[in-house]
Design a protein around this ligand. Sequence first.
Ligand code: AMP
Ligand code: MG
Length: 353
Amino acid sequence: MNHLQTGIEKITDIKVDSTVFDEAGEIIRKGGLVAFPTETVYGLGANGFDADACAKIYEAKGRPSDNPLILHVADRAMIDKAATVTEMAERVLAAFAPGPVTVILPKRDEVPSSVTGGLTTVGVRMPDNDIARALIRAAGVPIAAPSANRSGRPSPTTAAAVFADMDGKIPLILDGGPCRFGVESTIVDCTGERAAILRPGAVTREMLAEVLGELAPPPVVGEKDAPLAPGMKYTHYAPLAPLTLISASRKKKYEAFCAAVREATEKGKRPGVIVSRELAEELATLVPARHIAVYGDAGDVPAMAANLYESLRYFDDVDVDVLFADTIEEKGLGVAVMNRLKKAAGGRMLFID
Ligand code: AMP
Ligand code: MG
């Protein structure tokens, strides 16, 4: 790919900065890429009806081409141009759109199959972020956008994180500050008899059940399981140093981290930890401050979600050889956080009780 000069435009007010959106919309219409903020993570966008433009997404990310993209729309009318909206999807959209939820629907012919990894279905999302919506409106087409990271890396939740992965590969990054939720959208398959959650997110199973009634049961994880959504078979969210999760009761947490840190140090490895503020204070005598990433106060699940990827990326530029992260209960938003943490850790988890 040609080396591009990557510009970052800080957006303070979508009206004041309207010329930036004219420029960004034109880049998209002409088949180029623009990275933009959403309430979940930053997206890497291209015209969703233009197969050549979307091919550039796969190239910039180094993403396998059978991993489908999500189409981002500004309003309900735009969905009809790309997909057939099922009854089930209408209910999900009525309750949670705009917001952090993606519905899987039968695709229309206008959507190139290269965008959906060859599937006859397409994922559609209406983001609730002013900058994302202004960009889609300026482009006038649905914007296909995966997260704006290099494939396999933690998703970006700041413009600086996008720049770290995409410098020289794309012409423009819109900077809207840190993302509100910090984990990718909930993906709900609305094509079957019963709705199925393909990826947990900020719209939780409990919230969906309120509008849909019974959902398909969560998958039982086993070695022979086929990946649920096409992208799920790939490594995801991985930091540069190998990560191990530590699952322990509140009382045993401190001891468990001390033991893990000491053992790593004895083996000549420099450990980094991702923990709550409280645990960070307790570990201060054992772990140097720059080897500690704090996600927020203990038990603050929204803060953990919002700071998760930045915590993982923090260690890109810090000399550590191994990472240990705290875990939380898998309920509500905690399901999405643990889903990402487990993938980032490649399943490595220590259980202490
Ligand atoms: P990302 O854009 O990085 O958040 O990843 C998008 C993910 O959405 C993919 O990796 C798939 O898991 C999922 N996805 C997108 N479209 C579909 C579809 N038509 N069917 C099932 N899963 C999909
Ligand atoms: Mg992604």
